[in-house]
Design a protein around this ligand. Structure first.
Ligand code: CP
Ligand code: NVA
Length: 310
């Protein structure tokens, strides 16, 4: 399957076969890593730029390390250190960076910015999180579910918390392509992106996936294979904190809720706000796979870079 030169802005731009291929290549990258195989010949001499407008631990480090493991190098470019901060346009920034580097990972406050970079870049642009979505997170998460549960089709994933979350939007796009049943437990006013949901419902007709909504977290998690949550207050939403905490406090993932999901693994994209959306007992407990989940970002992003960067 040839994906060289493609941007990765949204998983809705990718077919079910392409998403499955990236996830399976991620597992293969992990296997090769632990077998001690050398993969530095995959992207020798390439350079990947990371243009980040928001903080990051996992995405930044896992992409930088992924590049090195593949034989490429990386450049971390904080937004405010670029001429972007002085008003140079995203279009001109993309045109310039394309003359130096072989791929761009961008983390932006507003989604249109990553779209704009891709429009004017002649090298692949990868969305490393926007206010709308986080596709590389969802790819790593599907890889983790496949690794832990041995399959994706027919898996029941309960997302408990902010139904308007950027990570949830990408999980819905990925899950719908892979036959995963998603049940979202959230207050009714917090809903996923309409366009992504519409696309997912369309794709789900073929894959056998389903997407359901409830306001009852217990109903969502009973019988679940995966219980997933994310922070209640995403980066950039600080002004909404009081309102979101008020709405979401009945949706904490704690031991009592996990009792209703005895066979489930617990997942969180991290960073967690311990004591808010999840308790210490759950994130540090026997059902939690969050550290393997964080590790898998590295392997799936090696797959993304190896497949997309020319
Ligand atoms: N999950 C995730 O993307 O984490 P960072 O914000 O640390 O990159
Ligand atoms: N929803 C979170 C995800 C962080 C990886 C945020 O956008 O802050």
């Amino acid at each position: 399957m040839r994906l060289k030169g493609r941007h990765l802005i949204e998983l809705t731009d990718y077919s079910p076969e392409e998403v499955r291929f990236i996830v399976e290549t991620g597992l293969e990258m992990k296997r090769r890593f632990y077998a001690g195989e050398r993969i530095v010949e995959v992207l020798p001499g390439r350079t990947i730029a990371l243009v980040f407008e928001k903080p990051s631990t996992r995405t930044r480090v896992s992409f930088e390390v992924a590049a090195r493991q593949l034989g490429a190098s990386s450049l971390y470019l904080g937004w405010n250190d670029l001429q972007l901060a002085r008003g140079e346009t995203l279009a001109d920034t993309a045109r310039t960076l394309s003359r130096y580097v072989d791929g761009i990972v961008a983390r932006v406050k507003e989604h249109w910015k990553v779209v704009e970079l891709a429009k004017y870049s002649s090298v692949p642009v990868i969305n490393g999180l926007s206010d709308l979505s986080h596709p590389v997170q969802a790819l790593g998460d599907m890889m983790t579910i496949l690794e832990k549960k041995g399959r994706l089709a027919g898996i029941r994933l309960a997302f408990v918390g902010d139904g308007s979350d950027n990570v949830l939007n990408s999980l819905i796009a990925a899950a719908s392509r892979l036959g995963v049943h998603v049940i979202v437990a959230s207050p009714r006013q917090l809903r996923p992106d309409e366009e992504i949901l519409k696309n997912a419902l369309e794709v789900a007709k073929e894959s056998g996936a389903t997407i359901e909504f409830t306001e009852d977290p217990r109903e969502a998690v009973s019988g679940a294979d995966v219980v997933y949550t994310d922070v209640w207050v995403s980066m950039g939403q600080e002004a909404l904190r009081e309102e979101k905490v008020r709405l979401l406090s009945p949706y904490q993932v704690n031991s009592k809720l996990m009792e209703a999901a005895p066979k489930a693994i617990f997942m969180h994209c991290l960073p967690a706000k311990r004591g808010e959306e999840v308790t210490d007992e759950v994130i540090d407990g026997p059902q939690s796979v969050v550290w393997d989940q964080a590790e898998n970002r590295l392997h799936v992003q090696k797959a993304v870079l190896a497949l997309l960067v020319p």
